[in-house]
Design a protein around this ligand. Structure first.
Ligand code: 5RP
Length: 234
């Protein structure tokens, strides 16, 4: 039974979407690949959101039955508003996943996590037989770390330990605790953790594993060597 007044219905993306036209083109491309009865892994960020909107249009027009496994609350709420049913990984694997990225290098290594959702994004990508990364030209870089830090989600009590270990073992240019917008103090992730934004001048092979090995690290936004296909509007 539906709510009479549902606050979710008043939600949109909420901010201006940069390079919206370019993002909508790749969104259309991924929406065209959806088939009846599919379970989709749905990434986070504005590009994934636009793709979800396009998918919802097809679902309505063609009366498709699909399910979404979401990577963030923002996308779960968008699914509720767009009337796309959601499920968890316990009910099955996605047929495929789509997601955005902050940076993509020539080897298809990624930085993700501007939106702070990299833990569930990595979970979905690992759980999916196939992942499509939707990008606009601003995301393509020669070297990872050009424009974005590597976000590292950290168990709160381990914050100083992890920051020290990252500095000693990986020698980044700088490490910043990500602060919240709309709340005083640090940003708290959906999993109740903190985020360290780690700026590197150079990210060698093995960095993702080296970060993950530090006790207290939940996950990083570095994706090196994943089996992904990049959809770039050209
Ligand atoms: C969120 C992400 C996003 O996919 C990434 O930040 C890209 O966002 P946008 O599509 O808004 O540019 O990793 O954690």
């Amino acid at each position: 039974m539906k709510w009479n007044d549902n606050i979710i219905d008043s939600l949109d993306w909420g901010k201006d979407i940069a390079r919206r036209a370019e993002k909508e083109k790749v969104a259309n491309r991924i929406a065209a690949m959806v088939e009846d009865n599919m379970t989709l892994g749905v990434g986070s960020g504005s590009t994934s959101y636009l793709a979800l909107v396009k998918i919802a249009e097809r679902v309505k027009q063609e009366r498709l039955k699909i399910r979404a496994i979401t990577t963030s609350l923002e996308i779960a709420m968008a699914c509720a508003r767009l009337e796309i049913p959601t499920a968890g990984l316990e009910s099955g694997r996605p047929d495929w996943t789509f997601d955005g990225a902050d940076e993509i290098d020539p080897n298809k290594h990624l930085i993700k996590g501007r939106g702070g959702a990299m833990f569930k994004e990595k979970l979905l990508i690992n759980a999916s037989p196939k992942t499509f990364i939707l990008a606009d030209h601003s995301k393509m870089v020669k070297r990872l770390g050009e424009n974005f830090p590597v976000p590292v989600e950290v168990f709160p009590q381990a914050l100083t330990y992890v920051a020290n270990a990252l500095q000693q073992e990986l020698r980044p240019r700088c490490i910043k605790l990500r602060m919240a917008e709309g709340k005083d103090g640090p940003l708290i992730t959906e999993n109740g953790n903190l985020i360290l934004d780690v700026w590197f001048d150079y990210i060698p092979a093995g960095t993702e594993r080296a970060i993950k090995q530090i006790t207290g690290v939940i996950e990083s936004g570095l994706f090196m060597g994943y089996d992904i296909e990049v959809f770039l509007n050209s």
